[in-house]
Design a binder for this molecule. Structure first.
Ligand code: PLP
Length: 371
């Protein structure tokens, strides 16, 4: 036995993976100082000018901690979501809250269910907490098979069922009645985690109605439509009991004060959010039209990104690298059946124009190589 301190056996068994290689690292690898960032689903349209002003004004006071209870922000959120502040916990992004949920509800080896290939960071958190990740194959377009999820949940009685809706990386969306059918059909002691990071971008279809229930945690973020990914702030809506439990063990000062202030200001500028949503919807349509024009299939999307079909997994990886070498950062779904696609965030009109140019060139190079 080794003489130096060792992590626990469960942690030693965790594979050394990260959910995503960062664009900064990718840029270093290809010797570039920056990339056209269309790979992380960040907002190309920035934060609200009100949020920027509020955060700028707040910076000199960064010497003090933020309110660990985030009461101002939770009060504003409670009004928006028609609940009380006892139904809300704020975290440094949904990603942190996903970890907190795994830590709170999962014991070592407990089964956790998700659609195969859905949000990689959730899978990363499940594995990192020593839980047993079990997946259900999605449909051929990557969309979630709700009936299969339900059947599997009844079979394995998971501690947690996770659904990203809209889904990342497919971009697909499940209508409210199907989500409710899944929620209502789960075993009584299964926690339903509904990740609604892209909820703002749903333009056709219905979200689950607002409302707190004992078995559901709904997650929202300021990283996408609000354009504040770098501020690291998101929140969960859940029962008082669940929130009180998180209160006991969460990273008490884990949300930075500037982000709290920025988020509060961002909530007050819904006109800006509507502008972003409209810009994203336009960009999405443009991506589909571009795909059609050059004979590349795209997947329907209710998010701020679109998946383009390249071919095999190897071809999609070559495409991703080809774009990277041309200075364009995109990602690709890691798992079948959509691992032959690349996933492209809706950029500004200028970024989209650059993408079309480089995509066409990279596609030509790819076709030349295989022919
Ligand atoms: C982007 C994204 C999030 C956001 O995570 P943050 O930690 O709040 O930035 C959460 N879930 C999904 C499915 C996402 O794609």
């Amino acid at each position: 036995m080794s003489q130096h301190p060792q992590p626990t056996a469960a942690i030693r068994a965790v594979p050394a993976t990260t959910p995503f290689v960062a664009p900064e690292e990718l840029a270093r690898r290809v010797g570039r100082s920056s990339l056209v960032r269309l790979g992380a689903n960040e907002s190309a349209f920035g934060p609200s000018p009100l949020a920027i002003a509020a955060m700028q004004a707040a910076v000199p006071m960064v010497s003090i901690y933020g309110d660990p209870e985030s009461v101002d922000l939770r009060t504003a959120l409670a009004a928006r979501h028609n609940c009380t502040i006892e139904n809300i916990v704020v975290g440094s992004g949904v990603d942190e809250l996903l970890g907190l949920i795994c830590r709170t509800y999962g014991a070592l080896g407990d089964p956790v269910l998700m659609s195969h290939g859905s949000y990689a960071t959730f899978a990363f958190q499940v594995i990192g907490h020593g839980l047993d990740l079990i997946t259900v194959p999605p449909f051929s377009d990557g969309s979630v098979d709700i009936e299969a999820m339900l059947a599997r949940a009844r079979e394995i009685q998971p501690k947690i069922v996770y659904l990203a809706n809209p889904d990342n990386p497919s971009g697909s969306f499940v209508d409210a009645d199907a989500v409710a059918r899944l929620r209502d059909g789960l075993p009584p002691d299964t926690l339903f985690v509904l990740d609604e990071a892209y909820a703002h971008f749903v333009t056709s279809g219905t979200l689950l109605p607002e409302g707190i229930d004992e078995r559901t945690i709904r997650l929202h973020t300021f990283s996408k439509a609000y354009g504040m990914a770098g501020a690291r702030i998101g929140y969960a809506l859940a029962s008082r009991e669940a929130i009180a439990t998180f209160q006991k063990i969460r990273n008490h000062f884990g949300v930075n004060r500037t982000a709290q202030i920025g988020a509060l200001a961002a909530l007050d500028d819904q006109a800006f959010v509507q502008h972003v949503v409209a810009e994203v919807a336009r960009g999405r349509e443009e991506y589909h039209a571009f795909g059609k024009r050059i004979g590349v299939r795209t997947l329907p999307s209710q998010t701020n990104f679109v998946c383009f079909e390249i071919g095999t997994r190897q071809a999609a990886e070559a495409m991703m690298h080809g774009l990277l070498e041309r200075g364009v950062f995109v990602r690709k779904p890691g798992e079948p059946p959509i691992n032959g696609y690349i996933r492209v965030t809706v950029g500004t009109p200028e970024e989209r124009a650059l993408f079309y140019e480089h995509f066409a060139a990279a596609l030509d190079a790819l076709r030349e190589r295989v022919s």
